[in-house]
Design a protein around this ligand. Structure first.
Ligand code: ZN
Ligand code: ZN
Length: 585
């Protein structure tokens, strides 16, 4: 019996219109998704010249009989949806019947497929079937697209260079492979294999195959469930940063998706652990009731809308943040001379390889949260685990200051370099955040109250939101037209804090009034204040001041970064020093 039915016109119209095929990667996408829907677990993509010359997809799926093979090229033919209601319970990837027809209408296609030992070959050019003949029996389907856009010069013009088209295809296959570790993918261009996964249904192994060992051995596993969502997967340590968000791999119910709210939640969770403008590598699976997902807002189906998105973002944010927090990190600043850089690592931010020392904050039932590639590869990179408890008891002895900016310290284990501003900023940041928790803030009356004149609209905005500052111990009154006067401020506002900075705090309230979020505001405030209050570079420190700084830093919850994510301390172990000077080989 034929598996393919013609969609009702009504249903076809319900599906957002739009061009499905615009570049080589969209052809690859549609054809590979068809292969997945045909239950293939081995899919090969062979390109020539990045797909410009040829795109061939070979799968080991269920294949088609002659009738289906011909029908597959009819517009709105789909084996996946039959009636309107089904649209809302989409579980297969390629539900838009027009894909194959669209592709065939602008190219030349050779299809070889087989069902029940009877093979069929179909040749179609410019949408017209000109050959249907028996073919050898085979497993699955092979479809080969050549001469893309040969009959639509306008679109041909929009195809990019070979490199760009190839890159798009690679990115697509890599993301898809991460979403389906149970399928073996291979992508080659001009006979050179570029992506290859083994389909062993082990996500960490797939990450290893895509990103290489440096990445896979620095991933933390996450796992969390709420009423509506179940999240799992791996998040990269903050040392493995990339320059864009392409490596935020989010998968909802098996589908690779793109969603700005989700991306923001991930990025926010790494807040203070990384530089702004750099992004971690994550692979996160989200399972939820399909009725909460609307995938139909864009024809390429990557963008999704989710009901209860806020609940999901909160869950993601907290899970990632907790996981990072429990696996605090001190970069181990050894220059990696045996860096057998796996291809994909070239744009990693750290050219100094970062071996992380994991410091577990809880003492601790959660040890198995740190599950790394060690689990499957016999990677014998020694792992240096310092419990945070130990770090808190760590004694560091100052040796001196370099360029008035860095502090050199030592202990029996090795040598440390600190950025004095970053370290002090971290200390102040955590101190201020703790003060925010206090029920009864302590404050100081100012000798000379400070008045600030605002524009009319800023004044209104500020007065509406000033409670947040009052809760912290600021006393603020109205003082004439559009002017406020600050009469007292919290006690933690100390060194280097002159009136100018009070103005900055008021500006911060005004700036953040849209979608005001108290936690976010307080965090920004703490960052700003701690930066201003901290020792600057080019500031001479006495030995006592250095000692104080070292003592305070080791007591921090996260001594390793300033609140903006810059490193505050680096370690050179004795072994590394010896290795650098070839005392050991
Ligand atoms: Zn700063
Ligand atoms: Zn900073």
């Amino acid at each position: 019996m034929s598996k393919i039915k013609i969609m009702s016109e009504n249903l076809a119209n319900k599906i957002a219109a739009g061009e499905v095929v615009e570049k080589c990667a969209s052809v690859v996408k549609e054809l590979v998704e068809n292969a997945i829907d045909a239950k293939a677990n081995n899919i090969k993509v062979n390109l020539e010249d990045g797909g410009l010359r040829k795109i061939e997809i070979i799968d080991n799926g269920i294949g088609m009989d002659k009738e289906d093979a011909v029908l597959a090229f009819a517009r709105h033919a789909t084996s996946k949806i039959y009636k309107d209601d089904d649209l809302f319970f989409i579980e297969t990837l390629g539900f838009r019947g027009e894909a194959l027809a669209s592709i065939a209408s602008v190219s030349e296609v050779n299809l070889e497929t087989c069902s029940k030992d009877i093979g069929t070959h179909v040749h179609i050019k410019g949408g017209k079937i000109d050959l249907v003949e028996p073919a050898d029996a085979r497993i699955g389907t092979s479809i080969c697209v050549t001469n893309l856009f040969y009959n639509t010069p306008a679109r041909l013009k929009y195809l990019k260079s070979e490199a760009t088209e190839l890159n798009n295809c690679i990115q697509f296959i890599e993301k898809l492979a991460l979403s389906r570790p149970d399928i073996a993918f291979a992508l080659s261009n001009n006979d050179k294999v570029i992506v290859k996964t083994s389909g062993k249904n082990n996500l960490l192994k797939t990450i290893h195959e895509i990103y290489g060992l440096t990445v896979s051995s620095n991933m933390l596993s996450i796992n969390k469930t709420s009423d509506d969502f179940e999240i799992s997967g791996y998040i990269g340590l903050p040392g493995l940063l990339k320059k864009n968000r392409n490596h935020f791999n989010t998968i909802v119910n098996g589908r690779v998706v793109r969603n700005n709210d989700i991306n923001r939640a991930i990025n926010d969770a790494y807040y203070t652990y990384k530089h702004e403008g750099f992004y971690p590598i994550v692979v996160i699976n989200i399972e939820t009731d399909p009725t909460l997902v609307d995938v139909n807002i864009h024809p390429t189906k990557q963008d999704i809308k989710l009901s209860k998105i806020d609940e999901l973002c909160k869950l993601l944010y907290e899970t990632i943040k907790d996981t990072l927090y429990k696996n605090l990190l001190i970069p181990d600043a050894i220059i990696d001379d045996d860096n057998n850089n796996d291809d994909n690592d070239s744009n990693l931010v750290n050219n100094v390889n970062v071996n992380y020392i994991k410091a577990n904050i809880n003492n601790n039932e959660d040890e198995n949260i740190v599950q790394t590639a060690m689990d499957f590869s016999s990677n014998d990179k020694e792992e240096n685990i310092i419990k945070n408890e130990e770090f808190k008891g760590l004694k560091l002895y100052p040796i001196g200051q370099v360029h008035g900016t860095y502090i050199i310290a030592e202990n029996e284990d090795g040598m440390f370099i600190l950025d004095q501003h970053a370290a002090h900023e971290r200390i102040n940041y955590e101190m201020i955040k703790k003060k925010f928790q206090e029920d009864k803030p302590t404050y100081i009356d100012m000798l000379i109250p400070f008045s600030i004149e605002l524009t009319a609209s800023d004044f209104v905005t500020f007065m509406e939101n000033k409670q947040v500052l009052e809760d912290l111990g600021f006393k603020i009154e109205e003082f004439g037209i559009n002017t406020i006067v600050i009469k007292s401020h919290p006690t933690w506002l100390t060194k280097n804090f002159e009136n100018d900075n009070l103005k900055t705090i008021v500006d911060l309230v005004i700036l953040n009034h849209k979608k005001f979020n108290k936690d976010r505001f307080l965090d920004k405030l703490a960052k700003m204040v701690s930066c201003k209050m901290s020792i600057k570079a080019n500031e001479h420190l006495s030995k006592e001041q250095m000692e104080q700084l070292l003592n305070d830093l080791v007591k921090c919850d996260n001594p390793y970064n300033c609140c903006h994510g810059r490193p505050s301390i680096m370690k050179f172990t004795n072994y590394e020093l010896e290795k650098m000077f070839k005392r050991v080989i």
